[in-house]
Ligand binder design. Structure first.
Ligand code: HEM
Length: 320
């Protein structure tokens, strides 16, 4: 699906009808309109999301109502992703003498599982997919791997998140991985609100389903990026008229979605990526067994390849 979307946009331009009432876009300007943060102009999630969890008890990911979502997010915000369902909150509620405690706790347990399930699915698969893509691209590009290792080997071990933020090449590798292999491949479907919307030079009536796939957006040849199908972290460090400057690359940051429904776990996942990549690249070496990987897209774009992993020093010394 992700590759088809790129190809369809290459052939037909910035807007492609992908289903009778659903349109895909790949220009940054349209993405900004669809995934805006202005309460009165929000494009709510479509019913496509309702199957991600119990349809009768929507979780923070699956719910369409922006009003309910804002309320749920306020709860989640106070004590982290699990919010009102956090063990501490349950304890406080109990201590405050909530009536019908048994029913309340049953209800909480059920809703917690629903919410926690959605976070675990959203959190572990996505970060795992990104790590798989990072390692694959690094080993397919030995010069890039060598440059990264030079930076990592010169840094502290173990390394803190703060220290990783002083490592420009590592940052470029993470950004480039998230650009070229965003974990979600489908378009993030939204409903055009009352009054309709002007997108890609056309008017779309209320109720139309519209959306953007990070793959089609990040690999849009018309956007200000060159050789966008190539893994080239350096593009994030260049600031010249090739249009690959930091500001010009801002369109390629849709890997976490956008607007009011932007990923709630993005900081956790960045922390994981910035900690795990240097740790693995400093201490281990991967031996990719396959000539090529295969990718399959079922909402997430799963990389599939076999790898043998060994301690780095042993590998370099030629032992098994
Ligand atoms: C590299 C890692 C990750 C990527 C690429 C990613 C990507 C995304 C994307 C694209 C969305 C928007 C979906 C949409 O609008 O249809 C999203 C939403 C979400 N993500 Fe992530 N995610 C990552 C890690 C995580 C982690 C670690 C967690 C939890 C611990 C998490 C929890 C969520 C939740 C709860 C939402 C729903 C937000 C809402 O609708 O308000 N994600 N993620």
């Amino acid at each position: 699906m992700h590759e088809q979307l790129i190809e369809l946009h290459r052939r037909y331009g910035p807007v492609v009808r992908v289903a009778p009432n659903c349109y895909s876009f790949n220009e940054p300007e349209d993405s900004k309109v669809i995934y805006n943060t202005t309460a009165s102009k929000t494009f709510p999630k479509t019913n496509f999301y309702h199957t991600s969890g119990d349809p009768n008890r929507p979780n923070v990911f699956s719910m369409s109502s922006e009003k309910d979502h804002a309320a749920r997010k306020r709860n989640l915000g106070t004590v982290g992703l699990f919010g009102e369902y956090h063990p501490l909150s349950v304890r406080i509620n109990t201590m405050l003498g909530t009536k019908h405690v048994g029913k309340v706790l049953d209800d909480l347990a059920e809703r917690s599982l629903n919410e926690v399930g959605s976070n675990i699915g959203a959190g572990s698969d996505t970060t795992g997919i990104t790590l798989g893509a990072a390692f694959y691209y690094l080993y397919r590009n030995p010069e890039i791997l060598a440059t990264l290792r030079q930076e990592i080997d010169g840094g502290p071990d173990p390394i803190s998140f703060e220290e990783t933020q002083q490592m420009p090449f590592l940052q470029a590798v993470v950004k480039e991985t998230l650009r070229i292999h965003p974990a979600v491949g489908y378009i993030l479907r939204r409903t055009v609100p009352a009054g309709g919307a002007h997108l890609a030079g056309r008017q779309f009536p209320e109720g139309t389903q519209v959306g953007v796939s990070a793959w089609a957006l990040h690999q849009n040849e018309n956007a200000s990026s060159i050789d966008r199908a190539t893994f080239r972290p350096q593009r994030w460090l260049e600031g010249d008229e090739t249009n690959n400057s930091k500001a010009a690359m801002s369109f390629a940051r849709f890997q976490f979605g956008g607007g009011t429904r932007i990923c709630l776990g993005r900081n956790i996942s960045l922390l994981e990526l910035y900690k795990v990549i240097p740790l693995v690249m400093r201490n281990f070496d991967l031996d990719i067994q396959d000539d090529d990987w295969s990718l399959f897209c079922t909402w997430f774009v799963w990389p599939d390849y076999s790898v043998r992993i060994r301690p780095r020093a042993m590998f370099e010394a030629g032992s098994t």
